[in-house]
Write a protein that binds this ligand. Structure first.
Ligand code: CMC
Length: 429
């Protein structure tokens, strides 16, 4: 076996397969020709050992707790930049110059309004619909409103669709919130920055002035940066798979939102806060730790564990700090949920079960407490994640569409059903 090949033996046949190296991270064994050469597929449910694509956008080293966007560490982006700068970086590959940044901000800001008929479209949803259900429907519906940006073979249309989604998803998210609480929709305001505008659309009402708190706006902006992209996670892979058939971008992002909704993925922030509320007081923590460890109990500590991070999630560290900043700004000295979270984290990090399985708090562990303090109901938490992740999905979708070697995604399977048999007329069954 040479340095840049690996070999696989299937039955009595040994085949040499190319090994490909990235700029950093583990090498990959290119098995593209394995079936042609051996007649065997690989089997990897959950893709635990499978790289589904080559990508230059985001890098994660789960053992070291590293997250880089286009090479830049997440903590540096969150500390020094704003969310739209991270959006630019993810989309274009480089940090913007001052002129590029103000042009980008201007273009996004000018796309924040949605077609007025969208407001009537919303009336079709039940008032008590979960805002994530409204997001799946309304983002998918953008394809029906913006026909001039659905031709994915045209780079100009691709970019307009991308801008539209980064700009309009927050507007739809705020509308989803306003709709469920029965308040009038608030139009975007172009003199506000991206995140302040979002807070204004969520919390302003026509009958009185609303002034965006800059500390909360900065904190939410940082939360958006932390959630902007995360390599080939379930929702991103969903967007890529949907997009690989040539589906229009709005439909692909709606597919990503649907996937994000699940409690094992973006729904975990909602689930984590519900869990902290259920635990309620510090003295009940041991009972829940015992349940999490019990093989016969399906209960898991929500906001703990990650498929990739087997060390502290670097986003969780920044999230914890942001959480403290928000509570201090709002003068919340006594937040029982934060007490439960801190104690739960302390106990879990010292417990043999969690140490051995390398289960650490993930980004969702502290985000719920922070968002709750800002005034968002739990049902909006995953929606906020979707607002932030939209740019990651788009950047990954664009990268795939622009790859000349791109093919439709078509996994194979290990068939375990009945072998071939003959059809029996209904009278003979
Ligand atoms: N609480 C208790 N035990 C756990 C937990 C947990 N949160 N997470 C994993 N384990 C155990 C699990 O029971 C298994 O034990 P064993 O080996 O004895 O069967 C072992 O750890 C490995 O778990 P796994 O399910 O095989 O790991 P996975 O990589 O498939 O799952 C995960 C990753 C994130 C789905 C899982 O850790 C989990 O369900 N966590 C809670 C939900 C959550 O917080 N999700 C947010 C992820 S971060 C945001 C995002 O990316 O969307």
């Amino acid at each position: 076996m040479s340095a840049n090949t690996g070999s696989i033996k299937v039955g009595d046949k040994t085949v040499e397969l190319p090994v490909r190296s990235g700029t950093i991270g583990p090498d990959v064994l290119d098995i593209g020709k394995l079936y042609a050469q051996t007649g065997a597929f690989t089997y990897d449910p959950g893709f635990t050992s499978t790289a589904s694509c080559a990508s230059g956008i985001t890098y994660i080293d789960g053992d070291e707790g590293v997250l880089l966007h286009r090479g830049y560490p997440i903590d540096q982006l969150a500390e020094h930049g704003d969310f739209l700068e991270t959006c630019y970086l993810l989309l274009y590959g480089e940090l913007p110059t001052a002129a590029q940044k103000s042009d980008f901000d201007y273009r996004i800001t000018r796309h924040t309004m949605v077609h007025e008929q969208m407001a009537r479209f919303f009336q079709g949803f039940r008032r008590d619909a979960h805002p994530m259900a409204v997001m799946v429907g309304s983002v998918g519906a953008l394809a029906a409103f913006y026909h001039d940006s659905t031709d994915i073979t045209d780079p100009k249309q691709r970019m307009i669709a991308s801008m539209r989604m980064i700009a309009k998803v927050p507007t739809l998210a705020a509308m989803a919130y306003k709709y469920t609480i029965g308040q009038p929709f608030v139009y975007p305001k172009n003199d506000l920055d991206y995140t302040s505008n979002f807070l204004n659309m969520c919390f302003a009402v026509p009958c009185e002035d609303y002034k965006v708190n800059p500390v909360l706006s900065r904190a939410l902006d940082r939360i958006f940066i932390l959630h902007a992209d995360h390599e080939q996670n379930a929702s991103t892979s969903t967007v890529r798979l949907a997009g690989s058939s040539g589906a229009n971008p709005f439909a692909c992002i709606a597919a990503g939102i649907a996937c994000l909704w699940g409690p094992a993925h973006g729904g975990a922030n909602e689930a984590a806060l519900k869990m902290l509320a259920e635990i309620g007081t510090v003295d009940r923590i041991p009972e829940f730790i015992a349940r999490a460890k019990d093989k016969n109990d399906p209960f898991r500590l929500m906001g703990f564990g990650h498929r990739v991070y087997k060390n502290y999630d670097p986003r969780a560290k920044i999230m914890q700090k942001t959480s403290h900043e928000v509570l201090a700004e709002l003068g919340i000295k006594d937040e029982p949920l934060l007490d439960v979270a801190l104690e739960l984290e302390r106990i879990a990090l010292n417990d043999e079960y969690f140490i051995e399985k390398k289960l650490y708090p993930n980004v969702d562990f502290y985000s719920g407490i922070t968002l709750k303090a800002m005034g968002f109901p739990t049902s909006m938490f995953t929606v906020l994640f979707a607002v932030a992740r939209t740019v990651g999905w788009i950047a990954q979708w664009k990268e795939m569409i622009e790859d000349p070697g791109q093919k439709i995604g078509r996994p194979r399977q290990l068939y375990t059903g009945a072998p071939q048999r003959d059809y029996q007329p209904i009278s003979k069954r």
